[in-house]
Design a protein around this ligand. Structure first.
Ligand SMILES: *Cc1c(COP(=O)(O)O)cnc(C)c1O
Length: 407
């Protein structure tokens, strides 16, 4: 049998929809089985099918709680992305340029979360545009492989930096930092969330980097709002800045942004797919999420931030008033200065009057209908409303009051 005839014979036994042999060879029934009707999908509640309870998110943008909810425009962009093939590098090139324009910085790329941005950003700094070095990581023999971090900033996310093979050098204050600089120092890393815990200010940190000719990186994963932060730190002089895609920006949870100096971001890209012999081959961002990230950012920039803030303030006040109407209960409204910078509520009470622990209140909220997730510790229950859908604040206010009153 000629190989062509053999191929045809094999093909004709396979159920093919359309394509090479035309639709006539395919029975309607097979085609129907292969292509699930959208209507069937639309009717499915996947979480219910899987036996997973959904909840009102009164906690915030927590990774374990799946971050944030993407808006329809973002999921539309993701769906659009599924309809055509494009060249992955070209897409990242063009989207990077667009984001840099939107955020008025030198260059940008969509990363696999803020964590992935840290790994590829540092890898870019260590290896530059040298493909041999790119292949060598995570073996850093002969390469600059030390990252200096203030001790108060090392809360574990430094693992993203260690993924390159680099070591973390922990210091306290300016004097120690300058003493720790050697010919092996690759980068200085700052955690914005812990700005007030460390002794060195952001401006001084940038100045130290410039003085010693060492690039600086700031982790701003959870630092929008305020929207200004998307511009502030590249302008302040940090060489690289990263943000989570799936927190305040409400993009895909596994996407993020790496912003800053073009030479470092172009070098960072050498570690990412489609290139394969690299440490970041597994930190792929698919085309759908690249588009989703872009649209989420556009949407975030276009939002009425003042109006949104006012809504959050009103929602927090409603819950606060409701909880504090119960005798023995005290509430405190506050806004964290850095990271998760949104109106937030702390609820505490006199346990001799209201006989329930904060953990037990949180458990009852979780187990109730609807389920409500909060944060907290042994002393208090913590609430934010920015990840709620409008109206859910009334449900939360009612449930908290009900449980506290009955305690
Ligand atoms: C959430 C977070 C990260 C990780 O961000 P991803 O986008 O989930 O990768 C890193 N650093 C800080 C400070 C964070 O809050």
């Amino acid at each position: 049998m000629s190989s062509r005839r053999k191929a045809l014979k094999t093909l004709s036994t396979l159920p093919i929809v359309g394509g090479l042999l035309g639709p006539s060879l395919v029975s309607a029934k097979v085609a129907e089985e292969l292509v699930k009707k959208p209507a069937e999908l639309a009717g499915r509640d996947f979480f219910k099918e899987l036996g997973i309870r959904t909840f009102i998110n009164a906690a915030g943008t927590y990774t374990s709680m799946t971050g944030s909810l993407m808006r329809k425009e973002v999921t539309d962009a993701i769906t659009f992305g599924t309809t055509e093939y494009v060249n992955l590098d070209e897409l990242q090139d063009k989207v990077g340029e667009r984001i840099a324009e939107l955020l008025d910085c030198e260059y940008a790329t969509v990363s696999s979360g803020a964590f992935g941005a840290m790994t590829i950003g540092l890898a870019g700094i260590i290896c530059g545009m040298d493909n041999e070095k790119v292949k060598q990581l995570p073996d850093t023999t002969g390469l600059k492989n030390e990252v200096i971090v203030q001790e108060e900033h090392d809360i574990g996310y430094t693992h993203a930096l260690m993924n390159t093979g680099a070591k973390i050098i922990s210091v306290k204050g300016t004097k120690e930092l300058e003493k720790a600089i050697t010919k092996n120092t690759a980068m200085l890393w700052f955690l914005n969330a812990n700005t007030d815990a460390g002794q060195i200010s952001r401006e001084e940190f940038v100045a130290l980097g410039k003085k010693h000719g060492i690039p600086t990186f700031i982790d701003c994963a959870a630092d929008v709002p305020p929207v200004e932060n998307l511009f502030k730190f590249t302008k302040m002089g940090f060489d690289l800045v990263c943000f989570s895609g799936g927190k305040g920006i409400r993009g895909p949870q596994s996407a993020g942004l790496l912003l800053g100096k073009r030479k470092y971001i172009e070098a960072a890209r050498l570690h990412t797919p489609p290139r394969g012999t690299t440490i970041a081959r597994g930190m792929k961002v698919n085309k759908e999420e690249v588009l989703g990230m872009l649209v989420a950012l556009e949407m975030y920039l276009a939002r009425d931030h003042e109006k949104e803030w006012e809504l959050w303030e009103n929602q927090i006040k409603l819950i606060s008033d409701s909880a504090s109407s119960v005798a023995g209960v005290e509430t405190e409204i506050h806004v964290p200065p850095h990271a998760n910078h949104v109106p937030s509520l702390k609820i505490r009470w006199d346990e001799s009057v209201v006989k329930i622990t904060p953990d037990e209140l949180r458990r009852q909220l979780r187990d109730g209908h609807p389920s409500i997730e909060t944060v907290g510790n042994k002393e208090e229950v913590g609430i934010t409303t920015w990840m709620m859908e409008p109206g859910q604040e009334r449900v939360v206010a009612h449930r908290i009051k009900e449980i506290l009153e009955n305690a």
